[in-house]
Ligand binder design. Structure first.
Ligand code: ACO
Length: 366
């Protein structure tokens, strides 16, 4: 029997964290619909659900929020390390290096919720610190009175965040916090399964996320929309791309054989900001044209819009530059990675698949 190239359809872990139902187009975090969570709960509350097993009730939500907020600042050594990175090191490369050098709260093994929560709380500060360094703008210290999402926007802009932008970005962070055994989460679980430390696992996850087939896609979606420019050019542009053998960014998914529920939800989020984001209309038209062409191109493959298409529209609408799209995905997915690290460590067996050898064998000696 042939190997499952790309591990399609192979199960390597039991998880209670999320169900990605590719046939029905549903995403569930620990028994709660991800879209419902995005409408009614903050990113911190959803992180609590993922890391600790339930949504925080009563005053526990505020206790958890302020516990995370109290961990936001980076140390002077961490600032120095980030300052020493070469100026041509981009944001994701910097995050990969920066996370590997963060201080870790407590024993290296087994990882604890407190230890991973410290990284979760500090990742927005790491993004903002490096961003200001690359822009030559002054870094602003985190504020403990703001939510995780509001503080992230404040750190980047230095301005009191617009509540509509905070709501939209918070919904994005919730919707992209966790997604089964995607490539970056798998990388984190493989590293954890060797009993290596959590920072090594998160470093591997960031390395996997930055690729254009995974978390690097939204910046390319924006570039695509920019190049298309107006809906009258969409059909020719997209057709040309397919004829060149290139993929349309923001479409297709390994698991979903129907619409990605996160794309549906983010389209609604983007619509709420449509008055300040003229690209929303263009995105709708490009999406419709791309779906029509992909249906003709590969009718058997069932290619639909994935999360990254409307992620690009939402992130642009809240004022983030393209270079911060994948770092912002990192801020969100940190919650899922951390939860998977805890889950893997709690019931660990080393992940060690096999490859099917197709090379030559030694010739028999006569
Ligand atoms: N545009 C055009 N053709 C596509 C696309 C696309 N976006 N996606 C898949 N196809 C084609 C492939 O070329 C392939 O054709 P082939 O059989 O002739 O080689 C066929 O559909 C099957 O594709 P696979 O490669 O088997 O799909 P796979 O499950 O391996 O890949 C992936 C999934 C990587 C998401 C793919 O659809 C893709 O490259 N999409 C564009 C990048 C993107 O949007 N990535 C973000 C994904 S969401 C996330 O990671 C958060």
């Amino acid at each position: 029997m042939g190997a499952a190239i790309g591990m399609e359809g192979v199960y390597v872990a039991d998880t209670a964290l999320s169900l990605v139902d590719g046939q029905k187009g549903a995403l569930i975090y620990r028994g709660h619909g991800a879209k419902d969570l995005a409408l009614s709960h903050s990113f911190e509350e959803v992180a609590h659900l993922l890391l600790l097993g339930q949504l925080p009730e009563g005053n526990k939500a505020e206790i958890w929020r302020s516990a995370l907020a109290s961990k936001r600042a980076l140390t002077a050594e961490e600032h120095r390390l980030l300052d020493a990175l070469p100026p041509n090191m981009d944001m994701m490369e910097s995050l990969r290096t920066g996370v590997s050098a963060l201080s870790w709260d407590g024993a290296m093994w087994p990882p604890t919720p407190e230890a991973v929560a410290t990284v979760l709380a500090r990742i927005p500060t790491l993004v903002a610190y490096r961003w200001h360094r690359l822009q030559g703008t002054p870094f602003i210290q985190p504020r403990a009175d703001l939510s995780h999402t509001a503080n992230y926007l404040y750190l980047l802009t230095g301005k009191e965040p617009n509540p509509a932008h905070v709501r939209a970005l918070d919904a994005y962070l919730v919707l992209t916090a966790e997604h089964g055994l995607n490539a970056s989460t798998f990388a984190a679980r493989v590293v954890t399964s060797t009993q290596s430390d959590g920072l090594s696992a998160l470093t591997a996850a960031i390395g996997a996320l930055k690729g254009p087939l995974h978390g690097g896609a939204p910046a390319e979606v924006e570039e695509m929309l920019e190049q298309i420019g107006s809906s009258s050019r969409a059909a020719d542009w997209l057709q040309q791309r397919l004829q060149n053998g290139e993929r349309l960014m923001g479409f297709g998914h390994r698991v979903y054989r129907t619409r990605d529920p996160r794309a549906e939800a983010l389209r609604e989020v983007a619509q709420q900001l449509a008055s300040e984001e003229p690209w929303f209309e263009l995105a709708l038209e490009v999406e419709a044209e791309a779906l029509r062409l992909l249906q003709q191109w590969k009718p058997e493959r069932k290619l639909y819009t994935n999360v990254e298409f409307y992620a690009a529209v939402v992130l642009r609408a809240v004022g983030l530059p393209r270079e911060l799209y994948t770092p912002t995905f990192t801020v969100a997915r940190m919650a899922g990675w951390c939860a998977h690290i805890l889950e893997q460590a709690a019931n660990n067996r080393i992940i060690r698949p096999q490859s099917r050898y197709v090379g030559p064998l030694p010739e028999k000696s006569s």
